[in-house]
Design a protein around this ligand. Structure first.
Ligand code: A3D
Length: 320
């Protein structure tokens, strides 16, 4: 049986880490694509040369030609630019929108059956654009953000309670940005919800509020420390978790930017919601009941995403 084929569009910090993780986990053969000549080829060769020590046989190929992603089962998209000093959000939106157009067309032509995971920012708007330009079914195109945001939340909670990260579950809803909604009520330690842990005296509401805010600011905290780029280890790990759920039909329940049409009262909108990922892509959206407060925060987040998508539509029309 042929090994699955994993195409990584963008061979920067996250792309290279994705290739390394996919190889270590033997998820399939990897094609690293980038417009920068030599970078994907160099990274692919470097990772392939770690195979004898790590004992993996996955094939690594670096390329500047979309034809090489032909028939990919999974495409993970990190192509684009990150915000630099002096650049407005709209500047970034315009540049990355054009990148999503070329990536979407490349996927449409060469890998139309793939499960596509977008990581490029601004996430919720870029996944919308990628689905539009690729024309792939919405349940096969999603965005990675919730797995990362909830992993950050889980890490902070495990530190606060001094328990294993394995026993902490956490829930994050909404868009990937300042308006994301980390849910205290649905986050647990071994099934015990956080509000119960506050009552049990394990922590305080003030400490939980601070952790929620740190989760919202999780990306900025890393940017502030690195100074020359944004997070890449945990973002890559999160996307690999989603790719593995698809390739192994694991039916994982993972939060991600998914296409809602009816769910949560939304119409044709990409936003962060809990989903089930299996061989059918986004197989189900888990429509949890929100409290009044949570609904208000979620609505605020959806409005922020809608603003970005509307800006994309305006830029796209002006370019047409
Ligand atoms: P970086 O190391 O700059 O890699 C981006 C790569 O994209 C570079 O190698 C570029 O050459 C390449 N590229 C640019 N234009 C194209 C194109 N048209 N076609 C193919 N490749 C192209 O960035 P990174 O890997 O650190 O981050 C990638 C993206 O992920 C950025 O947009 C980040 O903002 C975003 N990001 C998202 C999260 C989320 O949680 C959603 C977290 C961290 C980073």
């Amino acid at each position: 049986m042929a090994r699955p084929k994993i195409a990584l569009i963008g061979a920067g910090q996250i792309g290279g880490t994705l290739a390394h993780l996919a190889a270590l986990k033997e998820l399939g053969d990897v094609v690293l694509f980038d417009i920068a000549e030599g970078v994907p080829q160099g990274k692919a060769l470097d990772i392939a040369e770690s195979g004898p020590s790590e004992k993996f046989d996955a094939k690594m190929k670096g390329t500047n030609d979309y034809a090489d992603i032909a028939g990919a089962d999974v495409c993970i998209v990190t192509a684009g630019v990150a915000r630099k000093p002096g650049m407005s959000r709209d500047d970034l939106l315009g540049i990355n929108l054009k990148v999503m157009k070329s990536v979407g067309e490349g996927i449409k032509t060469h890998a139309p059956k793939a499960f596509v995971i977008c990581i490029t920012n601004p996430l919720d708007a870029m996944v919308w654009a990628l689905q539009k330009f690729s024309g792939l079914p919405p349940h096969m195109v999603c965005g990675m953000a919730g797995v990362l945001d909830s992993a950050r939340f889980r890490h902070f909670l495990a530190e606060e309670f001094d328990v294993s990260m394995k026993d902490v579950t956490a829930f994050v809803l909404g868009g990937h940005g300042d308006t994301m909604v980390p849910s205290v009520r649905y986050s647990t330690v071994a099934g015990i919800p956080l509000p119960d842990l506050i009552e049990m005296g394990w922590t305080t509401k003030e400490k939980m509020d601070a952790i929620v805010q740190r989760t919202r600011d999780g990306g900025a905290e890393i940017v502030g420390l690195l100074k020359t780029g944004s997070a890449f280890y945990a973002p890559a790990t999160s996307a690999i978790e989603m790719a593995e759920a698809f390739l192994k039909d694991q039916k994982r329940v993972l939060p991600c930017a998914a296409y809602c049409d009816g769910e949560f009262g939304l119409k044709k909108t990409y936003v962060g919601v809990p989903t089930v990922i299996g061989k059918g892509g986004i197989e189900r959206i888990v429509e949890i009941k929100l409290t009044k407060d949570e609904q208000a925060m979620f609505d605020n987040s959806v409005a922020a995403v809608k603003g970005l998508v509307d800006a994309c539509k305006a830029i796209d029309e002006s370019l047409a």
